[in-house]
Design a protein around this ligand. Structure first.
Ligand code: SF4
Length: 201
């Protein structure tokens, strides 16, 4: 099946699902005219674990050590498959495995602490913070869960710190200096690194 695995720069990316419970203002999925090659990342169906493992077996990882689970959809919408794939990958090579996530895994998977599953399997979790409070967050992200999403995302980030070596939160540089500073304070209070990303249209 095409589109499960692709490369960008020096990393190998895994695309396991189209699903996402959010509707971010800046989501590349909205940009139908400007998707370019990314348009081909829509999956015609959600791959099974067997299909993913088959894709892994047929991919040449020579020269690659970094794996990223990210879009097109939210990777934790396929959490069980993600964890099983990550475990499988670790049997092949000592990859560094990262998840780029909206941090809503506990709400998506209706569980108290999904980060426990990541222990010893996932090396880096990068969570999109997007904003400094629930109101602003919802204006950008529009999660189906309403305002409880923001607190759930912060809790997930703190839980990840117990189970994952490296946890980062990210914002884009277009939200303004004042808002970036508030996000920096929020991350600092929770002992999490903040990365300010350049917004790419
Ligand atoms: S969380 Fe990610 S995939 Fe989902 S709408 Fe936002 S940017 Fe798009």
């Amino acid at each position: 099946m095409e589109n499960i695995i692709y490369t960008y720069g020096q990393k190998v990316y895994f695309n396991l699902t189209n699903k996402c419970p959010c509707n971010c203002e800046f989501c590349i999925r909205h940009n139908e005219n400007g998707l370019g090659d990314m348009g081909s990342l829509w999956l015609d169906h959600e791959p099974s674990v067997e299909e993913i493992k088959d894709a892994v077996d047929n991919f040449d990882f020579t020269g690659y050590t970094d794996i990223v689970f990210c879009g097109f959809g939210e990777p934790t919408c396929a959490l069980d498959k993600l964890i099983e794939t990550a475990k499988y990958l670790k049997t092949k090579k000592d990859f560094t495995i990262r998840i780029n996530t909206n941090g809503l895994s506990d709400l998506i998977n209706n569980t108290e602490d999904s980060s426990k599953l990541m222990e010893g399997v996932i090396d880096v979790v990068s969570i999109s913070l997007n904003a400094s409070d629930a109101k602003k967050y919802n204006e950008i992200v529009h999660p189906v869960y309403g305002e409880k999403a923001f607190d759930a995302m912060i809790k997930f980030a703190k839980d990840c710190k117990k189970h994952v070596k490296s946890v980062k939160m990210t914002v884009v540089d277009t939200i303004g200096e004042e808002e970036i500073e508030k996000c920096r304070r929020l991350c600092s209070e929770n002992g999490i690194d903040l990365r300010v990303r350049t917004y790419i249209k």
